[in-house]
Design a protein around this ligand. Structure first.
Ligand code: NAD
Length: 232
């Protein structure tokens, strides 16, 4: 590990699962009751905005009741103590990484606790509901939507992610199924660039064979163990 200076970490729903936030695959969970195409596409928002706003209002309220787990805290510690470059790219729209102490963060799929005004194109911190069509704090129009990247929309800051991958020595994927692109393609991109790749997941992801190394187990166990190892 001594030659590793720059690290890019990709996280997915699995890192928040033990905080009580459903992944897509959680049996009996949220995603068995809602199909992504009914609530997480621009077409769904145009067709039934109340359904979509109500869904995100429910989730925005729920995440504020959840707490960061040992995996978030370990990554927060890594951020504080790692002297090389570090970028934690998360597909999660919760704020548990930040509440776990991580600062070098990039939310490629947006953030629950932001609202995006489609009239003035500004983002505002937002903790309450959107279903009653509140006015944008910046322009006063009632045109706020969740600041979340829906299926069919372009993830945020892809240039910054690829720049970090080009400078990385190690790419670590944590708790993501490898089913949603472009994030699922980062491991191949990293390998093409000669970057070492490590997967930490409960079970092998769809792209598992692309990783140099896979460690299986719950995030609250295997992430703190890996952080301990890399900081040693
Ligand atoms: P996914 O639901 O497709 O896959 C979850 C992955 O996490 C699986 O590979 C599973 O093996 C793993 N996992 C489950 N429990 C785990 C645990 N305790 N420890 C370690 N790994 C565990 O989620 P995804 O790959 O992130 O992609 C789906 C998309 O939906 C992404 O955009 C994702 O962020 C979004 N999503 C976000 C949240 C959130 O913000 N917390 C929740 C659900 C879905």
């Amino acid at each position: 590990m001594s030659q590793i200076r720059n690290i890019v970490i990709l996280t997915g729903a699995g890192v928040s699962a033990e905080s009580g936030i459903d992944t897509f695959r959680t049996a009996g969970g949220l995603w068995e009751r809602y199909k992504p195409e009914d609530v997480a596409t621009p077409e769904a928002f145009a067709r039934d905005p109340d359904l979509v706003l109500g869904f995100y209002d429910m989730r925005r309220a729920a995440i504020q009741e959840k707490q960061p787990n040992a995996a978030h805290l370990a990554l927060g510690r890594l951020d504080a103590e790692w002297s090389g470059d570090l970028l934690i790219v998360t597909q999660n729209i919760d704020d548990l990484h930040e509440r776990g102490g991580a600062r070098r963060m990039l939310h490629m799929h947006g953030e629950h606790l932001n609202a995006w005004c489609t009239a003035c194109d500004q983002r505002s911190p937002w903790t309450g509901p959107l279903i009653d069509r509140p006015a944008c704090p910046r322009c006063g129009e009632s045109a706020l939507r969740p600041d979340v990247v829906w299926f069919g929309e372009m993830p945020y800051r892809m240039d910054a992610i690829y720049a970090a991958l080009r400078a990385a020595d190690l790419f670590v994927s944590i708790g993501t199924s490898g089913a949603v692109y472009p994030a699922a393609g980062f491991v191949r991109g990293a390998r093409d660039l000669g970057v070492r790749t490590l997967e930490l997941n409960l079970e092998p992801s769809q792209g598992s064979s692309w990783f140099h190394e896979s460690r299986l187990g719950p995030a609250t166990e295997i992430v703190p163990a890996w952080v301990e190892e890399i900081l040693a």
